[in-house]
Design a protein around this ligand. Structure first.
Ligand code: G3P
Length: 219
């Protein structure tokens, strides 16, 4: 699985359609699941062109008198498949339990981001659909978790598996080459979570097709 967090780069908005279409075509041509995660303002537009869309964040507040929140119900209404929660740039560890519960209740997938193996273990107890380990210092650095911190991947996998072997672990931060992906998969990860390398790629579709290659060995 490849998850593409489009964040809020200038390029995100300048070429949102190209990015969303490339994600769809990459999935069709490689057979690897590719999920695109646009800003909430562009969820509807992304969903129009691609069925594999997650939100960047949801608030587990009940529908009612709230301003500026993205509710799981709204995501469901747009036929979005799920949401990330607790990304390093949108930390809310105290909301993770409720968010996962609400998403589950609505039959939506949940991708919980964690900064350490300890957090992976804690969040695994809530049984999300996926956990992504991302050392914050490597995010956007161009230096990948697989080459700089392979031990964090193995420890995170052990931490998740000590709670449940059913929760797939994704690895993220600095992922930009097929080698990064291959190393992560070889260590037992089920996929990758990335942003800048895709959003800024010269040819996003070709970039993804190359990135997906190592999955052939592990599928
Ligand atoms: O959500 C993915 C992200 O935090 C990693 O960012 O730019 O290092 O791929 P990047």
């Amino acid at each position: 699985m490849i998850v593409l967090n489009l964040k809020n780069y200038e390029e995100t908005y300048r070429r949102i359609d190209l990015l969303v279409d490339s994600a769809r075509e990459a999935m069709q041509t490689t057979g690897v699941r590719v999920v695109v995660v646009p800003p909430c303002t562009h969820l509807s537009r992304a969903r129009y062109a691609n069925k594999e869309v997650f939100a960047q964040h949801v608030s587990p507040v009940e529908p009612g008198s709230h301003t500026g929140e993205v509710l799981p119900e709204a995501v469901k209404d747009l036929r979005i498949k799920g949401s990330m929660i607790n990304h390093s740039e949108k930390r809310c560890p105290e909301l993770v339990k409720d968010a996962v519960k609400r998403l589950k209740k609505l039959n939506l997938e949940s991708l919980v981001c964690a900064e350490s193996p300890e957090e992976c273990k804690k969040f695994a107890r809530y049984r999300p659909s996926f956990i992504a380990i991302e050392p914050p210092e490597l995010i956007g650095s161009g230096k990948s978790i697989s080459s700089k911190k392979p031990k964090v991947i193995s420890e995170s996998l052990d931490a998740v598996h000590s709670v449940s072997t059913e929760i797939p672990l994704l690895v993220g931060a600095g992922v930009s080459t097929p080698k990064d992906v291959e190393k992560g998969l070889a260590l037992g990860a089920s996929g990758v979570l990335l942003a800048s390398a895709f959003v800024k790629a010269n040819e996003p579709l070709k970039f993804l097709q190359k990135l997906a290659k190592p999955f052939e060995k592990f599928m």
